[in-house]
Ligand binder design. Structure first.
Ligand SMILES: Cc1cc2nc3c(=O)[nH]c(=O)nc-3n(C[C@H](O)[C@H](O)[C@H](O)COP(=O)(O)O)c2cc1C
Length: 175
């Protein structure tokens, strides 16, 4: 079972990884994978301490050299700071965490004005493709999590995983 906190990129819930993971671990008898806000060995160790058996990462892999994501999207993630994500769709019950841009500004304004679901939906139709494929990071939906602020360079998937595990091993031995 994957327990994903609201720090994550994309469609999210309302509970943080820190609060959610131990509660899910207590509630089920199957292995739990923690997700949301994890991108290095510190995050992996923290997740293990919370009772998870492993982690799932999304935002960290957006900038992977192998990822079929437009360079503009990758650069936007790399430039992001800790406070650069916003949540759209809270009022409609479909919250999505993405990086702030003209699209999210327009969406949040409409949402605040109480625009109907259909109008909000219309604004986001095809916008993930716009960002991922066309590289339009101004009008597209740039889904990414809060940990984007910690991601500073593109790496291969192998580098992401081996560095994460090596750091976690070091920390685990020092504990
Ligand atoms: C661009 C993007 C697209 C995602 N799409 C999906 C999806 O289609 N289905 C899903 O279950 N999770 C999706 N996720 C969530 C990831 O599977 C993962 O749980 C999450 O990214 C972990 O949190 P992190 O972004 O802080 O690493 C997506 C995440 C991102 C960043």
């Amino acid at each position: 079972m994957i327990a994903e906190g609201m720090e994550a990129g994309g469609h999210i819930g309302h509970t943080t990884t820190m609060a959610l993971v131990p509660q899910v671990c207590d509630a089920v008898d199957i292995p739990v994978v923690a997700a949301g806000g994890i991108a290095d060995g510190r995050g992996l160790c923290a997740a293990l301490m919370l009772g998870a058996q492993g982690v799932q990462m999304g935002t960290a892999f957006l900038v992977a050299k192998e990822a079929q994501v437009h360079e503009n999207y990758k650069n936007r993630v790399i430039k992001a700071k800790d406070i650069d994500t916003v949540i759209t769709g809270l009022s409609t019950g479909h919250p999505v965490r993405c990086l702030r841009n003209d699209m999210t500004k327009a969406y949040l304004k409409l949402e605040q004005e109480g625009a109907p679901f259909e109008e909000l939906e219309q604004l986001t139709l095809g916008t993930l493709r716009k960002a991922v494929i066309d590289g339009d990071v101004t009008n597209g939906t740039v889904m990414a999590g809060q940990i984007a602020g910690m991601i500073k360079e593109p790496k291969t998937c192998e580098e992401i995983i081996t560095q994460l595990v090596a750091q976690a091993d070091r920390l685990w031995e020092q504990r």
